[in-house]
Design a protein around this ligand. Structure first.
Ligand code: AQP
Length: 327
């Protein structure tokens, strides 16, 4: 069985972009893959976090993983900082990557915002992400489109080490959804839906109440031409809503277009509200039960133990490769 690894940052309310781009794949893949799903708290601290809030968000993401259908009997669920091998391998990979390739990352450029001096973690976090993936001899990494460049970097580092020191790392591949790989903000369909946008109506969080889902979709930016047609360049707002509809319903975009031909934006948005409500209601209900249960901590403890056992094997091989230690 091929091995899958991916993670989500515990940095706020997980939204339908995270879900349709990444999390939904996590659930599907666990049927015929060996899956390892991480809550990447060490990535979250690349920008300042309130420590109490961070711990709360870690447990929220763990509960959400289970609420969407990740089954701890099939998949490993754990918190990144419980396995110290991530930080160890991260350092080793830092010594095998170049500042030039890291400053070229579009996410670094966006998050550093042209400031002269920024936190070092902001620059090196793609290397930590490479460590997360390579630590588990990962074959497949299900992520949203925004992570494409980071997956390429991971592959480059793995190939570089293998070529220079001999076969050490499995070279992973990214896995991207056809619809949902890049869900755009509802208020500004030219930028991606994000946890950190100050406008709450720019996104739909997985735990949003029905009334909030309705408000956010009904006020989503569209255009004045009135035709429900997929054309991301000229009609980014409508195209984004079509992608979301397609991803939630499992219907091809052309079929969604055909179903709504001749109808107005109002009718289409109302249908999308119903579809989204239907998809998120069971997640919300499961979440509330799981978040309060004692099982959650047990799942994370067991997950950390299983993940660490795999990580230790890789680390032994990596230490041998680089001549670290003395036996
Ligand atoms: N808008 C999106 N569409 C599709 N996929 C997305 N992902 C994120 N945004 C979208 C994917 O979700 C997974 C987890 O993301 P993350 O929490 O690790 O990182 P992020 O990209 O920082 O998420 P946000 O919401 O955009 O946070 P902020 O606001 O802090 O920048 C990843 O697989 C990611 O591709």
């Amino acid at each position: 069985m091929k091995r899958v690894f991916s993670g989500v940052q515990p940095t706020g309310n997980i939204h339908i972009g995270n879900y349709l781009g990444a999390l939904k794949q996590f659930v599907d893949l666990q049927e015929d893959h060996e899956c390892i799903y991480c809550i990447v708290d060490e990535h979250a601290i690349t920008v300042p976090q309130d420590p109490k809030e961070l711990r709360k968000h870690v447990l929220d993401v763990a509960a959400l993983y289970m609420a969407i259908g990740i089954d701890p009997r099939k998949s490993i669920i754990f918190v990144q900082s419980s396995v110290s091998g991530h930080a160890e391998l991260g350092w080793i990979l830092c010594c095998n990557s170049y500042t030039g390739e890291l400053t070229r990352m579009t996410q670094f450029k966006a998050k550093s915002g042209g400031q002269e001096s920024v936190g070092t973690g902001l620059l090196t976090y793609p290397v930590l992400m490479a460590a997360d993936i390579l630590l588990y001899d990962t074959d497949v990494v299900p992520v949203g489109n925004d992570q494409k460049q980071h997956i390429e970097l991971t592959r480059d580092i793995a190939i570089r080490v293998n070529n220079k020191y001999g076969e050490t790392f499995v070279v992973p591949e990214g896995r991207f959804m056809k619809a949902g790989a890049r869900v755009m903000a509802l208020d500004d369909p030219t930028s991606k839906m994000s946890k950190s946008s100050p406008n709450n109506h720019s996104r739909i969080s997985l735990l949003d109440e029905d009334s909030k889902i309705k408000k956010s979709i009904m006020r989503a930016t569209t255009d004045s031409d009135g035709e429900i047609r997929f054309d991301p360049e000229n009609k980014p707002g409508v195209s984004n809503l079509l992608s979301i509809y397609s991803a939630f319903s499992g219907t091809a975009i052309e079929d969604v277009e055909a179903d709504f031909r001749g109808k107005g934006y109002g009718d289409f948005k109302k249908a999308l509200v119903e579809l989204t409500k239907e998809a998120l209601a069971p997640i919300r209900q499961n979440f509330n039960e799981i978040r309060e249960s004692e099982e959650l901590i047990r799942v994370l403890d067991e997950g950390a133990e299983k993940a660490d056992a795999i990580a230790q094997k890789t680390l032994k091989r990596v230490r041998d490769t680089f001549g670290l230690g003395y036996r």
